[in-house]
Design a protein around this ligand. Structure first.
Ligand code: MG
Length: 243
């Protein structure tokens, strides 16, 4: 039996959380520094980036002295406040179309382990997934999270090592696949020899993702058969069921 580690990005791949993350950044900043997050810092790009990288930029743009010295404190506050957004997520966030079916279908494939590789700190990832019922098929203990490294590709090594330790199997090379909505997701996969699947449900178009060296690109997750084929093409003994 082949082993396969499927690592999902969270924002705009599984979930549209409608700015919950950005609002949380504003709340954390105000709580720690007693002033509103300056507009210039509020505009920091978030797509595909890790919370470590975003927090460093936000602190720097906001003129906070010694951003590197402050970033641990900022991430801890993000984690502390994250459980407080589950109500907002349940009320306003939406799973991306097809996400639940894709997770459930992959969970049926022998040898597949699913988790997340996300820019979110873990409590925020959980706050975005659990209220929408999206964490059922995910082993979040073997995932890798945005406070663990500023560079996304480094998270791939962390997730692989955790999955190998937990399952006693090797998830090197294309036995790991990343699914994400930005060129940074694709880049992280390719830099670590993993399989890269792009999904154009974020701010990047199908054409923009196709212009990367992703192994497969999908318009969205609505065609479960297409998701399985794109994700599992590297799995030698996997035979897609006829539609
Ligand atoms: Mg994303």
């Amino acid at each position: 039996m082949s082993s396969f580690l499927v690592l999902w990005d969270v924002d705009y791949t599984l979930v549209n959380a409608y700015g919950v993350g950005r609002n949380l950044y504003r709340a954390v900043f105000a709580g720690l520094y007693g002033r509103e997050l300056p507009a210039v810092a509020d505009g920091a790009s978030m797509a595909g980036r890790t919370d470590r990288a975003i927090a460093l930029e936000v602190l720097e743009l906001a003129g906070v002295p010694d951003p590197r010295g402050q970033v641990g404190r900022f991430e801890a506050a993000l984690g502390r406040l994250a459980p407080g957004v589950t109500g907002v997520v349940a009320a306003t966030a939406k799973p991306l179309p097809g996400a639940e079916a894709a997770l459930a279908a992959l969970a049926q494939v022998p040898g597949v382990v699913q988790s997340v590789l996300t820019g979110n700190v873990r409590p925020l990832a959980e706050a975005k997934l659990a209220p929408l019922g999206l964490s059922t098929h995910l082993d979040l203990d073997v995932g890798a999270y945005g406070n663990e490294h500023e560079i996304r590709s480094e998270l791939v090594h962390l997730a692989r090592d955790r999955a190998a330790a937990a399952y006693g199997r090797d998830f090197g090379g294309q036995a790991s696949v990343l699914i994400g909505d930005t060129p940074l997701d694709i880049e992280a996969a390719l830099a670590t020899g993993a399989r890269a699947v792009g999904v154009a449900t974020g701010q990047f178009s199908l054409a923009e993702l196709q212009a990367t060296s992703a192994h497969a690109v999908l318009p969205d997750l609505t065609d479960t058969g297409a998701v399985l084929a794109a994700v599992l093409a590297g799995l030698g003994d996997y035979q897609p069921r006829p539609a």
